[in-house]
Each structure stands twice: as structure tokens, then as C-alpha cells.
Design a protein around this ligand. Sequence first.
Ligand code: HEM
Length: 179
Amino acid sequence: MKGIIFTEFLEMVENHFSAEVADQIIELNDLDSKGAYTSVGNYNKEELVKLITSLSACVNLPITVLLKEYGKYLLSRFVIYYPYFFKDLTNTFDFLDTIDRHVHVEVKKLYSNAELPSFQTKRLSRTQMQMFYQSSNPFALLADGLIEGAANHFGENIHVDSDISDNHQVATFTLTLVG
Ligand code: HEM
């Protein structure tokens, strides 16, 4: 998994909790990387699972809550790193339609070893859309947070109803634009 996913995760831990907590979750685990991530490196995705599991124990919050919060944070960081994926778009549904057929395609061109999920989208009406997540990774809740982060970015009030499989590798998100 790309280093940016790890560097941003540790930065979120430092910002939302503290630098001590970030150090602690690294020390609690026997990581091949020793927690020394660079944004362009590649690391075992199991390390992210270990770090989140330790964070959950340290700060006494469920993994589900933390992973979703991280998704929201990560989207706000993507806006800064990759502004061109947001330019020309004015709403969440149109942006989410571009992830599978444009954004992740470009990510794959940049980093050929990236392991990306597949997303299908379906418009149900002007105010409702569905996103179907499928991945070899158990990160459906990260997707949930990224979707909510996108709604925040576009200043829209969107209710997300998530139907996530037990292994977190398959999910259906039903999005409703409220108000
Ligand atoms: C500008 C927007 C985005 C960029 C630049 C981006 C880029 C990336 C990158 C670099 C990875 C890591 C891949 C790897 O290391 O193997 C990733 C993974 C992922 N992306 Fe995106 N992404 C964007 C938006 C989104 C959005 C809006 C969603 C959800 C709807 C999403 C869902 C995911 C998920 C869930 C993963 C984790 C891997 C997996 O579950 O298989 N991404 N993305």
C-alpha cells in the first residue's frame, strides 16, 4: 500500500490525538518498516491494520469510528495534493462518478503497484445514488469516510447508508442528498 496512506494516517493521529500516541502505536507493533514511512514508498497493508488496532486500544475508540474518521481526513488531504481531480466539479455525485473511471485509473498510472478497489455507481434519482465497493482489502469503512469527506468538500448534506460485508471487502453505499 502506498506510503501516502501511512504518512497521512500518522499525521492525523498526531493532529487529533498527540505525537506521543503516534509513537506509542508504532512501538507497540513489530513493524517491518519500523514506522518510518515515506509518501512514495510501498508498505504492507497489514501494518495499517495493526496501527489502527493499536490506536483503537490506546484512545479507547472503536476501529470502525477511527477508520471512517481517517477517510474523512484523507479526502481533505487529497484536495490539497491532487487539486486537479476536483477542479471543474461542483457536486459530490459527479465527483464520486469519476473515482473508478478516472481518479484511480490515473493513480494506477502513477503507481503501477497500487492495489485499488473497484467502484460501480448507479444514479437512482437526482437526489440518490449508489456506490458498490469491491476490494482485495478490508477497507470499506475507509471508503465510507472518503465519501463523507467528499460531501464535506462540496458543502453538501448527504446521508450515507452503508451495507458492509463481514470481511469489509464488499459494500453498497446508498447516498441521499438531504434538503
Ligand atoms: C482525489 C481523490 C482520490 C485519490 C487521489 C485517491 C488515491 C488513492 C490511493 C493513492 C490509494 C492507495 C492505493 C494503494 O496503495 O495500493 C487509494 C486507495 C483507496 N481509495 Fe482512493 N483516491 C481518491 C478518492 C477516493 C474516494 C472518493 C474513495 C471512496 C469513494 C476512494 C476509495 C479508496 C479506498 C477504499 C482505498 C483503499 C484500498 C482498497 O480499499 O482496496 N478513493 N486511493
